[in-house]
Design a protein around this ligand. Sequence first.
Ligand code: DSN
Length: 389
Amino acid sequence: MKDKEIERLIKLEEKRQRGAINLIASENYVSKDVLRALGSVFTNKYAEGYPGKRYYGGNEIVDKVENLAKERALKLFKLPNKKWVVNVQPYSGSPANLAVYLALVPLGAKIVGMSLSTGGHLTHGHKVSTTGKLWNWIHFGVSKKTELLDYDEIRKIARREKPKMIVAGFTAYSRVIDFKKLRKICDEIKAILMIDMSHFAGLVAGGAYPPPFPCADIVTTTTHKTLRGPRAAMIFLRKEFSEAVNKSVFPGLQGGPHINQIAAVAVCLKEAMSPNFKKHARQVVKNARVLARELQKRGWRIISGGTDSHLFLVDTWGRGLSGKTAQELLEAEKIIVNKNTIPYDTRSPFDPSGIRIGTAAVTTSGMKEKDIIKIAIKIDKILKKHANH
Ligand code: DSN
């Protein structure tokens, strides 16, 4: 590279990533092919519009890329293209979610969603997010006793509030979501069901977590978490919603799609179709279960008692260590996690009661159960020195 300053920083980041144990639940390591597509000449091209209907010339190859990404996306998630369509243009998860709400929910109308503090996402209507300001959100959380979703409670809220849409999906909930129950609730009140599968898309693709299809009407997902692609997003839609949502993505919310990103998404989708990816996805969940169990054995309370996915939360405050302190102690030893609120947290999100741990990245780097046990021993050794019992 001619730009030595940036080249130096890229090398430093490569070294940092290689030298650390990455347990950030939303991160992963992409393949060289994904990087190659991201860094390709497609970054030079403007392509407002959709395949066959562009506003600029010179898009015949771009059209092939976008169509291939769409074809692969539907094939990977086994979606018949008579009933489902996919939009691969969203720049990332937040605009994907916003585009769906803008298309299908009148401004100010009611949406029921999972609260951020019990595991949802900012764009599921948190008050500091634009989504929280433009619609009237009513949030559900988890049961205080079991720390699991309480579907009777969700049903009660839904019947009382009669929202236009119910949104579910998580950044910090470790268990299987019962999509069938949510579908039933939506049918009772005639609401649209949107599932944000950003965190677990790769697990669904690999058969390691139940699919939200066909229960959901709309499924949004980022492509860079367990799916192991570039930073981008997709929206899967039942056909009847496609016109409104496509218009909402472009020209409603975005300008020219990032074709280099879309090419990289196509690459990761092909990778996720391989038998190896299936094995990988199962190993991610096995690794998360082993790590949760090993920490539990060493006296650390795991929220809801375990995990069915790639992530879980540890209640560090239960042994006198705030999440921020735990994150910093681990980072000093090159174990990277993030501080996280736990359900019914009484502490601030800036220094909450827990940490979130995920196993997608370490599994990509080849770790299996025996490596994971070593990580659990290391985490325990670092944290227990500072714990109060
Ligand atoms: N920041 C992501 C996560 O860590 O879960 C969600 O957008």
